[in-house]
Design a protein around this ligand. Structure first.
Ligand code: UD1
Length: 450
């Protein structure tokens, strides 16, 4: 059944009250199924703004960031329909009657990726008003490259009352060279260029699989994009885009998190429904650490039956080691024999998890963009706080091997990007439960969007 205009609660209870209680010691055994990629679904939903016709997305994960984007689109006048039952991961978005091309501060502050609507709104509505994201737990995350790119396409951009305003009668194709590789910047500009007059050449683009997935969707909608997945993307502007149906790629970061969890706990886990081609750098690093990894079609089997060895790791743009797996890798490094040097090259201030891991018994020293992790130190359960999405995941992993009970506060961070993580972990043997003032509801309830 489909509920029109509905934004469905994903049944996570009150986000601020929930905690995870985890008792460590169990190896992860069995099979876990991976959800669709949040970071591919977010731009795909924004792409629906480019057409009057419905865009049907399959394999959309039920996580809080997706709910935020549904609210964002609904506030602009979009009709967002959600599948139920067997079709619960399907979302249909129709942007026929857009009334308000604005992303409000209330929504942007909870999810920076809201700025992904900028390019699509200017291209379709000739006008966008998007709140500046403001501070962020993992360092300054400016959107200057999105704005410079849109200016190159002829948009007039100014700032007023904390909002970015952008206007253009019709965008014009141009050559845009990104000074720095940016994932959502590449996606934003690619969307804007689809409806621009003439050809746009984007250079120094992000090559993440999520960029490729967005290009596939846009091409299904009638766009003319070539080169997504390489450094240079060419977009031939068209007058109009139409509706399409698209299946979102699997979440490589969720897959990676379960793979590391299996390695860390000495488990034997089949991670199914993922795309091993997107996991190359991680799997190679884990093999260096002594983890046995076998890929087969859309699954990865991880066997952590030997001792873990330390390894240095540097985060890089795709196809390098993803920054979104850095915190989880650090949890693993605390249990590896020897010294691992973890270098964070993409974001400043993305070591918030290190101090919490130290509170659990890890030996980690931060030196600027490097973390020196001395393993193997036994971890013991403690009360810890999640600070951002992936940092929270690393605390869950550490708790799975800690002696005794760990209580993780502020799990709303983890709910932003992991679908039912505690149920999935419990399904493969972990002792984890969610506690909160309002317990998670199993039955989804449709509520009015807006
Ligand atoms: C995306 C991902 C996020 C991931 C990140 C890096 C989504 C929704 N989020 O975030 O999970 O951690 O890629 O893989 O896909 N920068 C600028 N100016 C800009 C834009 C970016 O200086 O206008 C800088 C950032 O501060 C950062 C670097 O570029 O240092 C890369 O950031 P970017 O790739 O843009 O990250 P996001 O797209 O926000």
């Amino acid at each position: 059944m489909i509920h029109k205009f509905g934004v469905r609660s994903v049944g996570l209870g009150h986000p601020y009250m929930d905690k995870f209680v985890i008792r460590g010691g169990n190896p992860l055994l069995g099979t876990v199924r991976i959800s669709g990629a949040k970071n591919a679904a977010l731009p795909a939903m924004a792409a629906a703004l480019l057409t009057e016709e419905p865009v049907i997305l399959e394999n959309v994960p039920q996580v809080r960031d997706i709910e935020t984007e549904r609210k964002l689109l609904a506030a602009m006048g979009a009709e967002v329909e959600l599948g139920y039952g067997r079709a619960q991961h399907r979302t249909t978005i129709c942007c026929r009657n857009l009334v308000n091309p604005e992303a409000s501060y209330e929504l942007v502050k909870t999810m920076r990726a809201s700025t992904l609507v900028l390019g699509a709104l200017v291209a379709r509505m000739k006008h966008a008003r998007v709140s500046l994201p403001g501070g962020c737990a993992i360092g300054a995350r400016p959107i200057d490259l999105h704005l410079k790119g849109l200016e190159r396409l002829g948009a007039r951009i100014w700032q007023e009352h904390g909002y970015i305003e952008a206007r253009a009668e019709r965008l014009k194709g141009a050559r845009v060279v990104f000074e720095k590789i940016t994932v959502t910047g590449t996606e934003d500009l690619m969307m804007a260029a689809t409806l621009a007059e003439g050809e746009t050449i984007l250079e120094n683009c992000a090559r993440e699989p999520e960029v490729g997935d967005l290009a596939t969707l846009l091409n299904k909608m009638g766009a003319k994009i070539e080169g997504a997945g390489t450094h240079t993307i060419r977009v031939q502007g068209v007058e109009k885009l139409h509706g399409a149906r698209h299946r979102i790629i699997p979440d490589r970061i969720e897959a990676g998190t379960f793979i590391v969890a299996a390695a860390l706990t000495g488990g034997d886990l089949l991670v199914s429904g993922c795309d091993p081609r997107h996991l190359g750098a991680l799997l190679q690093k884990l093999e260096e650490c002594g983890v046995r990894v076998q890929t087969n079609g859309d699954s990865v089997r991880v066997t952590g039956d030997g001792p873990l060895r330390a390894a240095d790791m540097v985060t890089e743009e795709y196809p390098g080691f993803p920054t979104d797996m850095q915190a989880q890798f650090m949890a693993l490094a605390t249990q590896a024999e020897g010294v691992s040097i973890v270098t964070e090259n993409i974001f400043e201030n993305r070591f918030m998890h290190a101090q919490e891991l130290v509170r659990m018994g890890a030996n980690i020293r931060i030196e600027g963009a490097r973390a020196v992790v001395r393993g193997q130190t036994p971890l013991s359960g403690a009360a810890v706080q999640a600070s951002d999405l992936r940092a929270s995941a690393s605390l869950v992993l550490a708790a799975l091997v800690a002696e005794g009970e760990t209580i993780i506060d502020r799990v709303y961070h983890i709910d932003r990007g992991y679908e039912r993580i505690e149920e999935k972990l419990r399904g493969v043997g972990a002792q984890i439960r969610r506690i909160g003032e309002f317990l998670p509801k199993r039955v989804a309830t449709p509520v009015a969007a807006g």
